[in-house]
Design a protein around this ligand. Structure first.
Ligand SMILES: Cc1cc2nc3c(=O)[nH]c(=O)nc-3n(C[C@H](O)[C@H](O)[C@H](O)COP(=O)(O)O)c2cc1C
Length: 208
């Protein structure tokens, strides 16, 4: 059994008055134990430029070591990946932008979904390496993204898929949707999201 104590909170809630941030506050109140926080609006995630994608391919696919310049270029991506490896649970929170995760969140995903670090290929099969961990995705959306509108969701479904791909034991998702489209019901949607967040974290706490 892996001994992992920490919660990693990865958030992108840059808007003044962010309603996603309020849901994060609620999660923080509920979480026990140490929480490492990565705010992607403060620490901007680096992208795969030519240097980084070549270094990543050379090391993670080719098994070749990096030189000092290449290692420096990969340092932030590797530090983000180590945070996931060191965590027992990851909370990822963002507003839906243009049917998907905000670009900063996608850059974080591209940093941490690293071959031979968080996933690998075993006998020709993709295999996650992050067993023993659990994730909670918290998102808000102005319009509808579930039920008859599920085909519009490339945000929560994408985030869930990445954690599943990395082998997390359990991934829960909480979406407060329609909060701009139906403003009179927004408070109810956010209150329901707070209850769902509490229920997930209570399940985590009681499983420990
Ligand atoms: C740039 C941008 C793009 C957005 N795209 C979508 C979208 O595709 N679908 C949707 O339902 N809401 C969309 N919204 C609405 C936000 O998801 C919604 O207002 C969210 O609750 C904002 O979260 P915040 O209060 O944490 O900033 C968009 C908002 C912005 C600012």
């Amino acid at each position: 059994m892996i001994e992992l104590a920490n919660t990693l909170l990865v958030r992108y809630t840059p808007r003044t008055g962010s309603r996603t941030a309020r849901l994060v506050d609620h999660a923080l109140e509920r979480l026990g134990g140490p929480v490492a926080e990565l705010d992607l609006a403060v620490t901007e995630p680096e992208l795969f430029d030519s240097r980084r994608i070549d270094a990543y391919t050379q090391r993670n696919y080719g098994g070749q070591p990096l030189d000092a310049d290449q290692a420096a270029a990969m340092a932030q991506m590797d530090a983000f990946t180590q945070q996931v490896i060191d965590a027992r649970q990851v909370v990822l929170a963002f507003p839906v932008y243009n049917f998907s995760v905000p670009g900063a969140v996608k850059a974080w995903i591209d940093a941490v979904v690293q071959k031979n670090r968080t996933w690998t290929i075993n006998g020709g099969n993709y295999t996650g390496l992050m067993q023993g961990r659990r994730a909670l995705v918290i998102a808000t959306a102005g319009g509808p993204l579930s039920g008859d509108f599920a085909h519009l969701d490339h945000a929560v479904s994408l985030a869930r898929k990445q954690f599943e791909f990395m082998g997390f034991d359990r991934t829960d998702t909480v979406l407060a949707e329609r909060i701009n489209a139906e403003p009179d019901k927004a408070d109810d949607a956010l209150a329901a999201a707070r209850r769902s967040i509490a229920a997930v974290i209570d399940t985590w706490n009681s499983a420990d």
